[in-house]
Design a protein around this ligand. Structure first.
Ligand SMILES: NC(=O)c1ccc[n+]([C@@H]2O[C@H](COP(=O)([O-])OP(=O)(O)OC[C@H]3O[C@@H](n4cnc5c(N)ncnc54)[C@H](O)[C@@H]3O)[C@@H](O)[C@H]2O)c1
Ligand SMILES: N[C@@H](CCC(=O)O)C(=O)O
Length: 458
């Protein structure tokens, strides 16, 4: 798919961007999600390169789209029946100009190098937008924790860290959670790192338990942060969340704490989903029940519907986007909201869409929302709250301090407001008022490019 520049720029600049994109297609075949993530950023960069010819001369785009380092390794482990399995582990250290590589680990059967690269690429700009001095990276494995016992997950994590420990560290590369990696997995990974290095190095991993170096409010941060970002987008339109009907997809960490904050601000969240289908709950999601089903029992959303009774229906195979809503918050996985769903949401009068997940909205769907005047919050801005609180966790670890929940939440709120303002003002400065995609891409890129220029040919 050729680039469709979002902003006007001289033909020679657009040709340079097109060339860079072509080189990614050529050098990295079979990585469609990575191509999509690069495509989406390059479409915004024309005017920046035109205004600063030094960036093109420094081959800044070519350098930013090439990871600094990619690590792939074998992860052998044994299940409870003594059967041996071999998974593949990844860590892509994409860009360290602004600080140690920082980004989560994803354990899901669909994980491959292209998925890790798309996530790592997005993470560079997301982390830059937080202003907190963290570079971009990502990792994971095609291991599927679903249906595995705690002991199996522990053995897998121990094997994974037995290789990964050589590449990470508080000043080098700091992993955290993502799909399939939550508090349980972070605990096992940290334990193995401590064993093999014989070091108490709290800041080498974030999302830890509060007893052993974790930050309060990290579990809540991504979902809370996305709702704070939506509140800012609505405030610009002289509206708030009170009384708004919201559809949320997913039912994991991001979805649960999105629902919690939205409910605290008076909104009515009526859906959750997983890969088997979705639940619509006319009375609004019962959060205590959802947390019990997902966080304690590790069950499915159909179990929630069964336990909830008459107000909730489980629709197998369906999509939450069919349910009429004022606001849609995709919080599950990439490309889960396509053009057809976007048209349905627009027809039903959606006012704002904000990405809790990474790249959940297809490029065509993004254009449909923006053309219809829907406020659209891209993930690299809207879901930056999680990694921002991870950086606050690193800060607490470095000073051996433990901040209160309310202090962390206040800092998160300030960071999300600042990210919103940065994106809003940058978009306006480049002649695209209200376009948060342009604002996030340009503001993130400018920060990283500035640091890279100052550091010489890195
Ligand atoms: N955890 C964080 O701090 C954080 C921060 C920023 C962005 N994200 C992104 O948010 C999204 C959700 O992550 P999470 O941490 O909540 O993970 P999680 O493992 O806690 O939950 C993932 C959710 O997505 C659903 N899901 C996964 N694959 C699916 C598929 N193919 N179809 C439908 N549903 C599917 C699962 O059922 C589950 O509800 C991911 O895109 C992740 O990259 C997470
Ligand atoms: N995986 C999360 C969190 C990263 C982190 O906390 O390091 C993200 O996509 O931003």
């Amino acid at each position: 798919m050729p680039l469709a520049p979002r902003l006007p720029a001289p033909p020679e600049t657009l040709a340079l961007l097109e060339e860079s994109y072509e080189s990614v297609l050529h050098r990295d075949p079979g990585e469609p999600e990575f191509h999509q993530a690069v495509h989406e950023v390059l479409e915004s960069l024309g005017p920046v390169l035109a205004a600063r010819p030094g960036l093109a001369a420094a081959k800044m785009v070519e350098r930013v789209i090439e990871p600094e380092r990619q690590i792939m390794f074998r992860v052998p482990w044994q299940d409870d029946n003594g059967v041996i399995h071999v998974n593949r582990g990844f860590r892509v250290e994409f860009n360290g100009a602004l600080g140690p590589y920082k980004g989560g680990l994803r354990f899901h059967p669909t994980v491959n190098l292209g998925i890790v690269k798309f996530l790592g690429f997005e993470q560079i700009f997301k982390n830059a937008l937080t202003g907190l001095g963290i570079g971009g990276g990502k990792g994971g494995s095609d291991f599927d924790p679903h249906g595995r016992s705690d002991e199996e997950v522990m053995r897998f994590c121990q094997s994974f860290m037995t290789e990964l420990y050589r590449h990470v560290g508080e000043h080098t590369d700091v992993p955290a959670g993502d799909i399939g990696v939550g508090g349980r997995e972070i605990g096992y990974l940290f334990g193995q790192y401590r064993r093999v290095t014989n070091r108490w190095e709290a800041g080498m991993l974030t999302g830890k338990g509060a007893l052993w170096g974790g930050s309060l409010c990290r579990t809540e941060a991504t979902g809370y942060g996305n709702v704070m970002f939506v509140a800012e987008m609505l405030r610009r339109r002289k509206e708030d969340l009170d009384g708004q009907q919201i559809v949320v997809s997913g039912s994991g960490n991001v979805a649960i704490y999105t629902i919690e904050k939205a409910q605290q601000l008076g909104a009515n969240v009526v859906t959750v989903s997983d890969s088997s289908g979705y639940v619509v709950d006319e009375k609004g999601i019962d959060l205590d029940l959802l947390k019990h089903v997902k966080e304690v029992e590790r069950g499915r959303v159909s179990d929630y519907a069964e336990a909830r009774g008459a107000s909730a229906r489980f629709i197998p195979g369906g999509r939450v986007w069919d349910v009429p809503a004022d606001i849609a918050l995709p919080s599950a996985t990439q490309n889960e909201l396509d053009a057809e769903s976007a048209r349905i949401l627009v027809r039903n009068g959606v006012k704002a869409v904000s990405e809790g997940a990474n790249m959940p909205t297809t490029p065509e769907a993004v254009h449909i929302f923006q053309d219809a005047g829907v406020a659209f919050g891209p993930g690299k801005a809207a879901n930056a709250g999680g990694v921002a609180v991870s950086a606050l966790e690193m800060r607490q670890n470095a000073s051996r301090a433990a901040w209160s929940f309310s202090r962390v939440e206040e800092e998160l709120s300030t960071i999300m407001t600042n990210i919103h303002e940065t994106c809003y003002e940058t978009a306006e400065r480049y002649g695209a008022p209200g376009d948060y995609v342009v604002g996030a891409n340009i503001a993130g890129f400018e920060r990283v490019a500035e640091a890279m220029l100052a550091q010489g040919l890195v």
